[in-house]
Ligand binder design. Structure first.
Ligand SMILES: [Mn+2]
Length: 247
């Protein structure tokens, strides 16, 4: 883990908050999983670690998916025994639930989450709810993530869940091909509406995979990037906010 600035110093995580998102872990991507394990090793001295959604590329229920991720689960368990780990679900792993939380010792948190640290407030969210220009996505989300749909899906036989999710994934990939880059980014009006409720706070989100820092009139918007097999990114909040490269 190294800081982006030139004066890279020995990593000292005490009294810091670490934030990552969008690892999109899949079972066979061992390099990325190793990178995540390395991050967790170094993150254990942090005060808190936040994962802002889409840690997993797919999650079809704790009973179905947890057995495939035993290594990641024990990594998370080791980390949560040293520091507080708070996980928000994303649009790919919104079925993470109690059993996952129990097995990992990580706390599942709702979005948006207001983080107060080092005398400053940060609004944390996955970010997909801010992509309001993508109307078909929002419509699909309101159906898929409806509590009733979730309750029904989770009770379906494992085979059916696998089949359904494969079909939905295919539809989503096809739909995305016809969408412009702008449509799939956050809508600034939606961002402003959210931030109006938290005067003085800054925003940190993921989902769009467009790592950047945007200075708006009233606040700063930090966008976490996704992780590749060889590189990840994190935000570290100590006396100030730093971007970290994970490699
Ligand atoms: Mn996402």
């Amino acid at each position: 883990m190294s800081r982006s600035e030139s004066h890279t110093q020995t990593t000292e995580m005490v009294n810091t908050v670490l934030i990552i998102a969008d690892l999109h872990l899949v079972v066979n991507e061992t390099e990325k999983s190793k990178l995540f394990e390395k991050f967790c090793d170094q993150a254990q001295d942090a005060n808190q670690v936040f994962i802002l959604g889409d840690l997993f590329n797919t999650w079809l229920g704790d009973d179905l998916s947890a057995p495939h991720y035993q290594q990641i689960i024990s990594t998370l368990k080791a980390l949560s025994s040293k520091t507080e780990v708070l996980i928000m679900t994303g649009n790919r792993d919104f079925l993470l639930a109690k059993e996952f939380s129990k097995q990992t010792g990580c706390k599942l948190i709702e979005s948006p989450y207001l983080l107060e640290t080092h005398g400053h407030q940060y609004v944390l969210t996955h970010g997909d709810e801010l992509c309001t220009d993508d109307e078909s996505y929002q419509q699909m989300k309101s159906i898929l993530q409806h509590p009733i749909t979730k309750a029904i899906f989770i009770r379906l036989p494992k085979k059916w869940r696998l089949k359904l999710s494969g079909e939905l994934r295919q539809k989503s990939v096809e739909a995305q091909q016809n969408k412009t880059r702008e449509i799939m980014d956050v809508n600034l009006q939606a961002v402003n509406e959210l931030m109006k409720k938290y005067p003085g706070a800054d925003l940190i989100h993921g989902h769009t995979h467009r790592l950047n820092t945007h200075t708006e009139k009233q606040f700063t918007r930090h966008v976490l990037g996704d992780w590749s097999e060889t590189q990840g990114n994190a935000i570290e909040i100590a006396d100030k906010l730093n971007w970290l490269k994970i490699s």
